[in-house]
Design a protein around this ligand. Structure first.
Ligand code: IPM
Ligand code: MG
Length: 368
């Protein structure tokens, strides 16, 4: 049988640096655990624009459709700020999500014990926090038509459309309920049913799917603004949160920051099952391309490494090996290792991206 295939799209800024550490981890799994992958690499974002004049070449898009999983670093940078909207680096990412139909975006917000002091919230509010936001990723206001900037009389009007079909809501709701069953069996759905028809439908459909297929899971509903407030007040009340594309974008940044370590969080974007039974999938850190520190060796590779762990769990049925990576990272942090984004404790000298990678590899060796 051939090895499962991975397409690495390291992208811009710190993307390539953090991905270098992931490549070492992938190699470790081949050498030490007999888990081999066929790895290919290509361009996305600004670097793809520089070479091809587009943030995602059609050939790259086609490759992404073929592989068992895509690993993405980060896209964007100030160099590309003034490009036409249609070729901005972010468009490459959005095209991958849309054309691979990656409708379910899992964004864990987990507080590592060793880092509980880094949160802007009190330690007792965040210690042990472990929640997942399931963000709808291929529809809603990000993609709805009509959109554009039009002329009305003598002024311009910016237009975007929030639009959700029943089936789009149903499939992401199912994904959240399935995930909850593997966790603490609780889903909170967030929308604005008090002001938006799409929110009313969202609430109805999640409730219907729940009643018909997942009555064993606890389902609650919250308006997204109140949800934001509750996330700050007492985040541990949640297990799985399911919400639309735009609310999910905002709530997931907020939830990530609660943990004090935005640079530490991975994500998985999952689509329909392929012939192999694996879902179409792309894995990427939640953080961006951090152009200000690119090339300085300061970037924290942990989010990208944890994204590979999610790939092992959700694409390759290797939950135990994913846990092995997560435990290795716990250990490295408990030992006091910190990259520059995690400073603040007394007497700590930061380690470089590569040194953090070395330490994770050493902890992996020690786990055998
Ligand atoms: C994210 C990012 C993207 C989004 C941008 C880069 C297009 O903020 O993945 O959360 O808005 O979805
Ligand atoms: Mg975002």
């Amino acid at each position: 049988m051939s090895n499962p295939s991975l397409l690495i799209l390291a992208g811009d800024g710190i993307g390539p640096e953090v991905m270098d550490e992931v490549k070492r981890i992938i190699k470790w799994f081949g050498d030490k655990r007999g888990l081999n992958f066929d790895v290919s690499e290509d361009l996305v974002g600004g670097c793809a624009y520089d070479k091809h004049g587009t943030p995602l070449h059609d050939d790259t898009m086609a490759k992404a459709q073929e592989v068992d999983a895509v690993l993405l670093g980060a896209v964007g940078g100030p160099k590309y700020d003034n490009l036409d909207f249609s070729v901005k680096p972010e468009r490459g990412l959005l095209r991958l999500r849309k054309e691979m139909d990656l409708f379910s975006n899992l964004r864990p917000a987990q507080c590592f014990d060793a880092l509980a002091d880094f949160s802007s919230l009190k330690k007792e509010v965040v210690a042990g926090l472990d929640i997942v936001i399931v963000r709808e990723l291929t529809s809603g206001i990000y993609f709805g038509e009509p959109r554009g900037i039009i002329k009305e009389g003598n002024e311009r009007v910016g237009i975007n459309t929030q639009r959700y079909t029943e089936s789009e809501i149903a499939r992401v709701a199912r994904s959240a309920f399935e995930l909850a069953r593997r966790r603490n069996n609780k889903v909170c759905s967030m929308e604005k049913a008090n002001v938006m028809e799409s929110g009313i439908l969202w609430r109805e459909v999640t409730q219907e799917i729940h009643d018909a297929e997942y009555p064993d899971v606890e389902l609650t509903h919250m308006y997204a603004d109140a949800g934001a407030m509750q996330l700050c007040r007492w985040p541990k009340q949640f297990d799985v949160i399911v919400t639309d594309n735009l609310f999910g974008d905002m709530l997931s940044d907020m939830a990530a920051m609660l943990t004090g370590s935005l640079g530490m969080l991975p994500s998985a974007s999952l689509g329909q099952p392929m012939d192999s039974g694996r879902p179409k999938a792309m894995y990427e850190p939640v953080h961006g391309s951090a152009p200000d520190i690119a090339g300085t060796g300061k970037a924290n590779p942990i989010a990208c490494i944890l994204s590979f762990a999610m790939a092992l769990r959700y694409s390759f049925d290797q939950g135990d090996e994913a846990t092995r990576i997560e435990d290795a990272i716990e250990k490295v942090l408990a030992d006091g290792l910190r990259t520059a984004d995690l400073l603040g404790e007394e007497g700590v000298t930061p380690v470089s991206t590569t040194e953090m990678g070395d330490a994770v590899l050493a902890a992996l060796d020690a786990s055998l």
